[in-house]
Design a protein around this ligand. Structure first.
Ligand code: ADP
Ligand code: MG
Ligand code: MG
Length: 252
């Protein structure tokens, strides 16, 4: 489904991603871990198409189509979804209208008929129950005044509504208390199926106790320096990120 080959990216002339290779198949969950500043959010931003990131060499294919040639909104229409570490607040746009517009654009792109208001509300209600989000939140401005946990839950609601092929969650667990963490994780677990895939970016192993990844990759200084199964996350937790740094610099 996702094929990243030798991806390089710079910001303000400084190279941040130094040759990323990653393959994600449908039905898989991949975790990307790494110390602060290693380039995790940069990778998510480059995949989303944020314009401040310059892409040098490399290609990113989603089901064979080159994402790097596409505008961010076309990437979303192709089925890419990104939940950012710091979700934006959009005053004046209600959450429900945002979801309605986004869903109708995606359905149109996929050649599906527009949902009636009743169908939309039924779908919304189902998905809200799935993520255990209070119904009052959907009528408020997007993310405005939401608590950290509510923003994250709301992202999972967006995910549930938009039903992407590939979802990338950038540190969705940061700042979550244990209840919110469980809800995010159980949302992902309910939404995963053999046709979609998830890339979970996280600094901590904690989230991976609830969302069990098929593969774990360690990103360090703009490169994936180690890949493994879920045991790699446990090893990393136990030995700390210094272990990786020392490993890389040849001290160990
Ligand atoms: P991570 O998510 O792994 O903590 P980031 O991708 O946020 O890492 O950052 C990687 C490196 O890129 C850091 O050195 C950071 O300072 C730099 N960087 C990221 N975004 C910007 C930006 N908008 N302007 C300048 N430097 C940036
Ligand atoms: Mg960071
Ligand atoms: Mg980050």
């Amino acid at each position: 489904m996702l094929n990243i080959n030798n991806l390089h990216s710079s910001i303000e002339g400084k190279e941040i991603l130094k040759g990323i290779n990653l393959k994600v198949n449908a039905g898989e969950i991949h975790a990307i871990m790494g110390p602060n500043g290693s380039g995790k959010s940069t990778l998510a931003s480059v995949l989303a198409g944020k314009e401040e990131y310059e892409v040098g060499e490399g290609e990113v294919l989603l089901d064979g189509k080159d994402l790097l040639d596409m505008a961010p909104e076309d990437r979303a229409r192709e089925g890419l979804f990104l939940a950012f570490q710091y979700p934006i607040e959009i005053p004046g746009v209600s959450n429900i209208n945002f979801l309605k517009t986004a869903l109708s654009e995606i359905r149109a792109y996929r050649g599906l008929p527009e949902l009636t208001s009743k169908e939309f509300l039924t779908l919304l209600k189902d998905k809200q129950e799935l993520v255990e989000l209070k119904s009052s939140l959907v009528n408020r401005s997007l993310n405005e005044g939401f608590s950290g946990g509510e923003k994250k839950r709301n992202e999972i609601l967006q995910l549930a509504m938009l039903d992407p092929k590939l979802a990338i969650l950038d540190e969705t667990d940061s700042g979550l208390d244990i209840d919110a963490l469980r809800i995010v994780a159980s949302g992902v677990n309910k939404l995963r199926n053999e046709n979609n895939a998830f890339v979970i970016i996280t600094h901590y192993q904690r989230l991976l106790e609830y969302i069990v990844p098929d593969f774990v990759h360690i990103l360090y200084d703009g490169r994936i320096i180690k890949s493994g199964t879920k045991e790699l996350a446990l090893e990393l937790e136990e030995k700390g990120y210094d272990w990786i740094t020392q490993h890389e610099t040849g001290i160990v």
